[in-house]
Each structure stands twice: as C-alpha cells, then as structure tokens.
Design a binder for this molecule. Structure first.
Ligand SMILES: NC(=O)c1ccc[n+]([C@@H]2O[C@H](COP(=O)([O-])OP(=O)(O)OC[C@H]3O[C@@H](n4cnc5c(N)ncnc54)[C@H](OP(=O)(O)O)[C@@H]3O)[C@@H](O)[C@H]2O)c1
Length: 258
C-alpha cells in the first residue's frame, strides 16, 4: 500500500481515464476525492472504493464554473484536511472542421481542460506545498502532433504541457512535483463513440474500425485507463519522485520523433 495515508483529488473521475486513475490510486492505498458532474456515477465509484476498505469522497461539480475549484479545495482542506496528489484529468474538446468550430466551442474546450486546471492548481498549491505533494495533468499526444481535425484539443494539450513546465519550475522552489502524461488513443466512452460513428458510416465491423484507428494513429493498440493509472501511480510514488516537469508520451509508439 505505497500510497497509504495520502489524499488524492482526481477530476473527471466519473468514467474513463479519470475513473481508472481513481481506482488505481485507491488500490495503492490513497484516500480519494472524486469530482465530475455525474453525482450518481461518482457515488457508485466512491461506494466501490469503500467496499474494498478504502476511503472516498464524491463532490459533484461543473468545473467550468469560476468558483468551483476553490470550493472543492476548501472542502478538502476542511475534510480530509490535507492533499498530496492532484490529478487534473477532466477534459472534452470538440473535433471538427476548423471553419465550423465556433468561439463557444473553443471557450468551452479551454474552460474545462485548461482554465479549470489552472484554477485547481492555484487553489490546491498551498495544500500540495504543505505536503510536498504531486500534480499530474492528463494532456494528450495531439499536443505534440497537432492535426487539422482536432485544433482545439491539440492547442489545449500543448498548453497543458507548457503549464506543466512552468509550474514544475515553481515546484522546485516549493517542493511540489509537477508532471504531465500525453496518452494516445485510450479505450473510453469518447473513443467508443467515434468507433460506433465510423462503424455506422462505413458498415464495417468493430474490430476492423479499431484496427484502422490504431493504424492511422500509429499506435500498437488502444490503451486502457489502467495503462494511464499505472503511470500516474508510478509518478506519485517514491519511485517516481525524481520526475519533475516531464511530459511523458504514453502512446504505443504513436509519436515518431525525439
Ligand atoms: N480517451 C482518449 O483517447 C484520450 C486520449 C488523450 C487524452 N485524453 C484526455 O484524457 C482525459 C480523460 O479522457 P476520457 O477519454 O476519459 O474522457 P471521458 O470518458 O469523456 O470523461 C471525461 C470526464 O470529464 C468529466 N467532465 C466532463 N465535463 C465536465 C465538466 N464540465 N465539469 C466537470 N467534469 C467534467 C466527465 O464527467 P461528467 O460527465 O460526469 O462531468 C468525465 O468524468 C481528457 O482530458 C482527455 O482529453 C483522452
């Protein structure tokens, strides 16, 4: 139980990668604070963590709202009273033709995946500093390999990596570890939605569409939330403590350059 006694706050914890990270950290002994909008899903995950002997608190909020980050951190400061790990994972950004994406699409994408991360990092920093804690951001390989069909996501993920470097510099002074993971395709609802849409459009079976996605992306296979959780678990453990300011491609070989 490498993370026994640690408290971890995970955003976007109701499903997908965030859920996987939360369960992975709980398995390693951390107490979890889970946040996302879907209260029912959060309660179910918190319940399953408790049923396995762990601690979990579910806080349902829309992270795009201005005061939410501070409200969550104030709640954590009151109970459980400290914070060791913050995983900024929540994010959804609209794909599509650049000309068709509106200001609202851009603002929405950045509101959740960038500004909410900034606000949470700022609000949680004193708690992380007090515990020599760790901040991990989930970006995405599009931040390193931007594409025409994913302009918002590419931009926001690159911004996440830049913020990671800047906060890692501050973290050297304050004793806070700051890193970022860029996953390639991960098998979550969002990718399953894209797979279903392509199956409907092309009439081809799921296995073929999945293989095509991986081929086009240049990755060996779809990753799993557990793949991402394992790397987060390593980074925040004693074994990963020399990592500072790193953005790690977790991508089955997608990124072909140094
Ligand atoms: N899946 C991939 O292939 C992939 C690849 C690279 C990077 N990523 C990144 O990994 C992260 C997680 O992706 P995922 O595939 O797990 O996504 P997902 O399945 O769509 O889950 C997104 C999570 O964010 C939460 N969320 C959405 N809007 C929110 C809001 N306004 N306020 C608070 N929480 C909100 C969702 O919960 P509620 O709906 O309950 O609010 C959910 O828990 C994202 O940052 C994504 O960009 C994913």
């Amino acid at each position: 139980m490498e993370l026994a006694g640690k408290v971890a706050l995970v955003t976007g914890a109701s499903r997908g990668i965030g859920r996987g990270i939360a369960l992975g950290l709980a398995e390693a002994g951390a107490s979890l604070v889970l946040t996302a909008r879907d209260a029912k899903a959060l309660d179910e995950i918190a319940g399953s963590i408790r049923a396995n002997g762990g601690n979990a608190l579910a806080l349902a909020h829309d992270l795009r709202e201005m005061n939410v980050a501070q409200a969550i951190v104030s709640r954590v400061a009151a109970e459980p009273g400290h914070l060791d790990i913050l995983v900024n994972n929540a994010g959804t950004t609209k794909r599509g033709d650049f000309a068709a994406l509106t200001d609202a699409d851009w603002q929405d994408g950045f509101a959740l995946k960038f500004f909410a991360h900034v606000r949470l990092a700022r609000a949680a920093w004193p708690l992380l500093k007090a515990r020599h804690g760790s901040l991990v951001t989930i970006g995405g390989t599009s931040g390193r390999k931007p594409t025409a069909g994913f302009t918002i996501g590419s931009s926001v993920n690159a911004a996440c990596a830049a913020l990671t470097k800047a906060l890692a510099d501050l973290g050297k002074r304050d004793g806070v570890q700051v890193n970022c993971i860029h996953p390639s395709l991960v098998d979550t609802d969002r990718q399953r939605g894209r797979i279903r849409a392509e199956m409907d459009r092309s009439g081809r079976p799921e296995a073929e569409v999945r293989a095509q996605f991986c081929r086009e992306m240049g990755t060996t296979r779809f990753g799993t939330p557990q793949d991402v959780a394992a790397l987060v678990g390593f980074i925040v453990s004693k074994r990963g403590s020399w990592l500072q300011g790193a953005t790690i491609d977790l991508d089955g070989g997608e990124i072909p350059v140094l």
